[in-house]
Write a protein that binds this ligand. Structure first.
Ligand SMILES: Cc1cc2nc3c(=O)[nH]c(=O)nc-3n(C[C@H](O)[C@H](O)[C@H](O)COP(=O)(O)O)c2cc1C
Length: 252
């Protein structure tokens, strides 16, 4: 079977019953944790308390546009906290799941958020991991430093040659932890995760617009390079989405 045929097949699971059969959940295997281990130094970014620049929700939908030209303007810690929360913050938990501003099939939320910080006020440039279980019900954001700043040319390599992204003050990298979804959805889990990612991305992008910034989501990234920089094994966790965020450069 060609890779295209295989990929079509995973998007097409005609029998819901067969797709769901024999899940670890139905076998009463304990649910995996809804978050990964955190390590390193924890930093709490304060909750956003400013005013949103967008006058109405309809206007927000109108102004969201992919942005690839970023001004040399740092993001504030509050803005970053809001961006992180709006896509993956945890509002509350249930027995083996978490409820967040984005919907997720079976409330599995099989994603992790990593942040390549180039320019955020009062925050060292570096690679950080957002750990929302530290902040349940809150809008501040606890992030854990993973490593020093990623060199601009490395960002370009991770993003498959998209050099414009080097100027973004922040690039968000979202990874998936497939078993969190497979535990419930087995063969259908991968289709469900793709749908989930669209919601997460749209929340992040509308939030950037609401904060008076712009963003560009990216599917063109080098998964191997991203996984290597984020120190992922590429099997149990791998990169699935990237979003650059920042303020638009003034028109010349
Ligand atoms: C799944 C997905 C992947 C995308 N990947 C890239 C990308 O790698 N690089 C890029 O510059 N734009 C990327 N885009 C942005 C699209 O080019 C953009 O959304 C489209 O041209 C429509 O423009 P708009 O976002 O301003 O409405 C992507 C958009 C989506 C939804």
């Amino acid at each position: 079977m060609s890779i295209i045929e295989q990929n079509r097949k995973f998007m097409h699971c005609p029998s819901f019953k067969e797709g769901m059969a024999q899940s670890d959940q139905s076998k009463e295997v304990s649910a995996p944790p809804f978050h990964n281990a955190r390590e390193g130094e924890a930093i709490v970014l304060p909750a956003f308390t400013g005013n949103f620049t967008t006058p109405s929700y309809a206007d927000l939908l109108d102004i969201r546009r992919s942005l690839r030209n970023y001004a040399d303007k740092p993001m504030t810690q509050q803005e970053l906290a809001f961006m992180l929360w709006s896509a993956q913050g945890i509002q509350f938990t249930r027995a083996h799941s978490s409820l967040r501003p984005t919907p997720s099939g079976g409330a599995r939320h099989p994603f992790e958020t990593y942040i390549a910080v180039r320019s955020v006020e009062g925050l060292e440039a570096g690679l950080y991991h957002y750990v929302p279980q530290e902040d349940i019900g809150e809008k501040h954001a606890t992030i854990w430093k993973k490593s020093d700043a990623i060199a601009p040319e490395k960002i370009t390599e991770m993003l498959a040659g998209q050099k414009w992204a080097e100027k973004a003050p922040v690039v968000l990298f979202y990874t998936c932890v497939p078993y969190r979804a497979e535990w419930r959805y087995v063969n259908m889990a991968h289709r469900v995760m793709l749908i989930d990612l669209g919601h997460l991305g749209q929340n992040a992008m509308l939030s950037a617009a609401a904060l008076g910034m712009g963003s560009c989501c990216m599917a063109a990234f080098d998964q191997g390079a991203c996984d290597s920089v984020l120190a992922l094994d590429g099997i149990n966790e791998y990169t699935v989405y990237a979003i650059a965020v920042g303020t638009a450069e003034a028109a010349k």
